[in-house]
Design a protein around this ligand. Structure first.
Ligand code: NAP
Length: 254
């Protein structure tokens, strides 16, 4: 009997934003290991990610794109598909965080976070879905949400607003596009070791408080997030729409 391979991504093409480091790099590697050709997009060098994927026997193409730039989304999707072929998978991973008390929060820290985390994710999704519909293809969108899609947090007003907004957007796009065969879902990572959480890990008190609350007893690693991305991108998730899957060491269960 031939074994089914419902998580197999051979022949699929994935665009992953913010793939040079952290969670995006972990997801890019996991998708490539499952067989996808990965377009690794972002504003920094993708050399490390390309090398990791190539060494693992996979295919990875770099794409230079700064998601702060207004109107860049359609161009980014067009350039990615010119380089790698029509896209099957979009992972909206790129994200930034700014920390300040709400009373002191600046307009630039609001705008810059919303631009990358929410606005770019929406317009990349729109461009991806338009291209898929025009070509009569289906697709998978995986948004990288957060625990702060469910919780308030402190000192990260624009981040919480953006990630709560991204959860809502995931549900809205799922409702509009499920009928077209485009699955829109999200992953909500817990506390993961990356540049994003460097300040928290450097603060001994916050680090200890966070660790004490994680049932798994450790910070997550970028590689912990890849499996959920492969699942959501694969045939195994064909009937999953509008879900936000926590990958958090049990944080939300507590
Ligand atoms: P990270 O290491 O700081 O990665 C963020 C990625 O986004 C980097 O590749 C970064 O590129 C890219 N990026 C930022 N601004 C960009 C722009 N203007 N144009 C293109 N790319 C841009 O942090 P991470 O933890 O891996 O974060 C990845 C995602 O996971 C984010 O959406 C974050 O909010 C989310 N998340 C993280 C955690 C966590 O605990 N770490 C938890 C929940 C959710 P550069 O390297 O060039 O800055």
């Amino acid at each position: 009997m031939v074994a089914r391979a419902p998580f197999d991504l051979v022949g699929r093409t994935a665009l992953v934003t913010g793939a040079n480091t952290g969670i995006g790099q972990g997801i890019a590697l996991a998708l490539a290991e499952a067989g996808a050709t990965v377009v690794a997009a972002g504003r920094s060098s993708m050399a490390e990610t390309v090398a990791m994927i190539t060494n693992a026997g996979g295919h990875c193409l770099p794409l230079a794109v700064d998601l702060q730039q207004s109107g860049i989304a359609a161009e980014a999707v067009a350039r990615a598909s010119e380089a790698a072929g029509p896209l099957d998978i979009l992972v909206n991973n790129a994200g930034i965080i700014r920390r300040a008390d709400a009373l002191d929060f600046s307009e630039s820290d609001w705008d810059e976070v919303m631009n990358v985390n929410l606005k770019a994710s929406f317009f990349l999704s729109q461009a991806f879905a338009k291209a898929a519909l025009a070509a009569g293809r289906t697709g998978r969108i995986v948004n990288i949400a957060s625990l702060l899609s469910f919780q308030g947090g402190i000192r990260v007003a624009s981040y919480t607003a953006s990630k709560s907004g991204l959860a809502g957007l995931t549900r809205l796009l799922a409702c509009e596009w499920a009928q077209h065969g485009i699955n829109v879902n999200a992953i909500a990572p817990g506390y993961v070791e990356s540049n994003n959480t460097q300040a928290l890990r450097a603060d001994a008190d916050r680090n200890a408080a966070i660790l004490a609350r994680i049932p798994a007893g450790r910070w997550g690693k970028p590689s912990d997030i890849g499996g959920a991305a492969v699942f959501l991108a694969s045939d195994a998730a064909a009937y999953v729409h509008g879900a936000i899957i926590p990958v958090d060491g049990g944080w939300l269960a507590r």
